[in-house]
Write a protein that binds this ligand. Structure first.
Ligand code: NG1
Ligand code: ZN
Length: 540
């Protein structure tokens, strides 16, 4: 048909490099930007269009490689509510990406026949709408062109939002799709995003003050200019916030994520070398697309303390549990925390024994955590590396916004909770939003970073990346805490773990890199190191 030919023709400039195989992984497609990613982008345009027709809604596309080096890039699809593409569609994304340009028309037609058929092709004839954004990587410009070629071939309506953080794009998608409904999310613009966050922040800060400043390392990525923009909307002085933005130079692509950013701080367990702050001053690092954040500080004797995603989760849970109690609605709302196996064992114990809240463990990857968290009224989910957010159910929103306060204290708690719903990005984990929330909680509690640290003491731990001939033989089960294959290896790990006080270790294949990850924790640093090394030996 004409359509098949139009798709094939427009795909011609974007061939698959010889021998290339693509996969839609934990974070969508990700690779060296010049290694055939333009072909993938073209096919993502096709998928986005089909998905839009299927859902009869606007679909988002975000072009970023997050914490990876500047020469990499990647792309992921965003579903109507601002969440990740439904998993059952990932196979289409992978299939189309691996289809040569001259066969794409037919491959698209096959997808239409499988997902968009009805007697009159009415689903297929629906108008499609796609919106997209990209991080500051220079390769993004050409990648957008490749995707537009597909959208034009299908005559799809689209809006290019230019440079955005990942969470901003997710926010905009959700705003567009909820406009005019009872669940309206906000104005679908960058300004709308800043205004929503700033006004919620002001409500939460009313009558409080934040101690000292917070230095924010933006990984020389998109978070820098966007955080600076947000600052124009935030109050300073009493009830305001003093944010010192550093590593926000996006004019030199090669310094993106270089010796800075959330991934650097989390994996090296040290501050970026170019940051200079006084003892006990709060620092935060964002990653390259501003969807994850970690905190840290260095004390007067030079000891570095990381306050990671587990810490943000527990800080948030404590605050929300207190607030719902003060508001008198704690009986009506079920709060839960969702973690992955990488959460520090001490944080899990703290949630269960001290906070007495349910804690759940899922597979790695925010889509898994997000779905689990959505089953609670207030679902707090974070990966240790700083990806995460807090979800409020419809019941929670109705209860918080519909309860008549009987005292000023109760009113204050209800207003605060209501502002939390707006401050915390409900679509997806958002470094800037998570950071403002952490600042608010610290202000409410008048906590220094040291107070925060002392809520529980992290078990010393190691995360090692091990290159193996074939990582696919490592099949993990039980929320990736146990190995099912290779046969017998789990028993060997168990035998090693038994030798250490508070020992815990697990092995799984990475979903984003060609490697296996070994995690180990134990009561002392030396023991955690020994356990990690002995498990690493098993795996090699
Ligand atoms: P893999 O490569 O599957 O371990 C990593 C992170 C995840 C998540 C994804 C997606 C660790 C141990 N793993 O996954 O938490 O962030 O990348 O970006 O940090
Ligand atoms: Zn990221």
């Amino acid at each position: 048909s004409d359509l098949i030919e139009a798709i094939n023709k427009a795909a011609e400039p974007f061939p698959i490099p010889d021998g290339k195989e693509y996969g839609y992984g934990t974070a969508g497609f990700r690779m060296k930007a010049n290694a055939g990613l333009d072909h993938v982008m073209y096919t993502v345009g096709l998928i986005a269009a089909a998905r839009s027709k299927k859902r009869n809604a606007t679909i988002g596309v975000m072009i970023t490689a997050s914490h990876n080096p500047a020469e990499d890039n990647g792309v992921k699809l965003v579903d109507p509510m601002g969440d990740m593409l439904e998993q059952s569609w990932e196979k289409y994304a992978t299939t189309l990406a691996n289809t040569p340009s001259d066969k794409l028309g037919q491959a698209y037609e096959d997808l239409v026949n499988e997902e968009l058929v009805d007697e009159l092709r009415q689903i297929h004839d629906r108008p499609a709408k796609v919106v997209f954004g990209r991080d500051t990587r220079p390769s993004g410009v050409a990648l957008v062109k490749a995707m537009k070629a597909a959208l034009d071939a299908l005559k799809v309506d689209y809006t290019d939002y230019g440079i955005l953080t990942t969470p901003q794009l997710h926010y905009i998608v959700r705003c567009i799709n909820t406009k005019g409904t009872a669940y309206e999310f906000g104005e679908p613009t960058e300004e709308g995003y800043y205004k929503k966050m700033a006004s919620a922040f002001k409500v939460l800060m009313h009558g409080r003050s934040i101690q000292g400043s917070v230095t924010v390392d933006c990984a020389n990525g998109v978070g820098g200019p966007k955080l600076r923009e947000l600052l124009k909307y935030l109050p300073t002085g009493q009830g305001g916030i003093d944010i010192k933005v550093v590593n926000d130079d996006v004019s030199k692509p090669e310094i993106l994520n270089y010796e800075c950013g959330a991934d650097y701080v989390k994996t090296k367990q040290r501050a970026p070398p170019n940051i200079s702050v006084g003892p006990n001053e709060r620092c935060a690092s964002l990653d390259g697309d501003a969807d994850r954040v970690v905190y840290y500080y260095t004390d007067a004797s030079g000891n570095f303390t990381l306050l990671d995603g587990d810490r943000i989760a527990t800080l948030g849970a404590v605050f929300l549990a207190d607030m719902t109690r003060t508001a008198g609605i704690d009986e009506k709302l079920k709060i839960g925390i969702v973690q992955t196996a990488y959460a520090n064992g001490a944080s899990t114990e703290y949630v269960e024994k001290v906070l007495k809240l349910p804690v759940e463990c899922t597979n790695t990857g925010v889509k898994h955590l997000h779905h689990a968290a959505a089953r609670y009224d207030i679902g707090v989910y974070f990966e240790a590396n700083g990806h995460g957010t807090i979800l409020f159910s419809e019941n929670a929103i109705r209860t918080i916004r519909g309860t008549e306060p009987k005292s000023p204290g109760q009113k204050h708690a209800l207003d605060s909770l209501s502002a939390c719903i707006d401050l915390i990005n409900q679509a997806v984990g958002d470094a800037i939003s998570d950071m403002l929330f952490a600042e608010v909680v610290l202000a409410h509690k008048t906590w220094t970073p040291e107070n925060w640290k002392n809520t529980y003491i992290d078990l010393p731990n190691y995360l090692r990346r091990v290159e193996v001939p074939d990582r696919r033989i490592f099949v993990a089960v039980d929320a990736e805490r146990k190995l099912q294959s290779p046969k017998g290896m789990q028993e060997q790990i168990d035998n090693l773990v038994r030798l250490y006080v508070k020992g815990r270790s697990f092995v799984r294949a990475s979903g984003t890199e060609d490697a296996v990850r070994v995690y180990a924790e134990a009561a002392t640093r030396t023991e955690a190191g020994k356990l990690a090394s002995s498990v690493e030996e098993l795996v090699k």
